[in-house]
Design a protein around this ligand. Structure first.
Ligand SMILES: [Zn+2]
Length: 239
């Protein structure tokens, strides 16, 4: 019996010893590496030789890679992931395919993008946006915000009449934090696409990730496509 117990204890003891040795091995290696790197660094900073210069340059490159470069690359990645937030209801639409709009944004780029997006939707003939000069007369308000806590480049919030499921008011916001910071890589064209996407929600459209569509949930790589016009026509065909 005792020999079985001894064997049972011997196994975990051997494992603990192995882990302990491994741990000290890593610590010793780290200390030796640290001393070597410190010595090289000291040499690079206190010598004018060509070798010291090139070590110094390598060190700069490495530290740059881990600081600024990776931060802006992370931002680039984020801009591709960036999607938008929208609140809507299944089958919600305006009574007729038309609505009044007020541009509340004061940023020149975003105002221009909104104007272009409105003109592009109007050109399709599927829905008519009419700009008004009085905010209180507008059914759709096009604004902006700077929100770093959100992953969204844009936002559309719809209010509907619960009896008819008809849209009564929409608030659209473009997120300056992503769209206007060069590090996120949004071209003007993608800003217009984002505005067209949010207006698509304001019309009553949902996301469409199955084809090339302005309503793709992320990326904003497409403007209004034939499938989007067809989707609006379908939504408003029954009166
Ligand atoms: Zn969306």
């Amino acid at each position: 019996m005792t020999s079985i117990f001894r064997m049972l204890f011997a196994i975990p003891r051997a494992i603990v010893r192995l882990v302990w040795r491994l741990f000290w091995g890593i610590v010793k290696t780290a200390i030796v590496l640290g001393v070597i790197l410190f010595a090289i660094n000291f040499y690079a900073e206190h010598s004018n030789s060509a070798l010291a210069q090139s070590i110094f340059q390598i060190r700069e490159t490495v530290s740059n890679f881990f600081s600024s470069t990776s931060a802006s690359e992370l931002k680039q990645t984020l801009s591709h992931l960036s999607t938008d937030d929208f609140v809507t209801y299944d089958g919600a639409r305006w009574t007729h395919p038309k609505a009044t709009v007020y541009i509340a944004s004061t940023d020149a780029t975003l105002v221009a993008a909104y104007q272009e997006a409105l003109a592009n939707w109007n050109a399709t003939g599927s829905f008519t946006f009419t700009q008004v000069t009085n905010k209180s007369d507008a059914q759709i308000i096009l604004a902006d915000e700077s929100d770093s806590s959100s992953q969204a480049a844009g936002l559309a919030e719809l209010k509907t009449n619960s009896l008819t499921n008809h849209i009564t008011h929409v608030d659209v916001k473009l997120n300056r934090y992503y769209l206007l910071d060069n590090d996120f890589g949004y071209t003007y064209e993608r800003i217009v696409n984002t505005a067209e996407h949010e207006l698509g929600h304001a019309i009553g459209l949902f996301h469409d990730d199955n084809e090339d569509s302005v309503m793709q949930s992320s990326g904003s790589y497409y403007g209004i496509q034939q499938v989007d016009i067809a989707a609006v026509n379908k939504l408003y065909q029954e009166n």
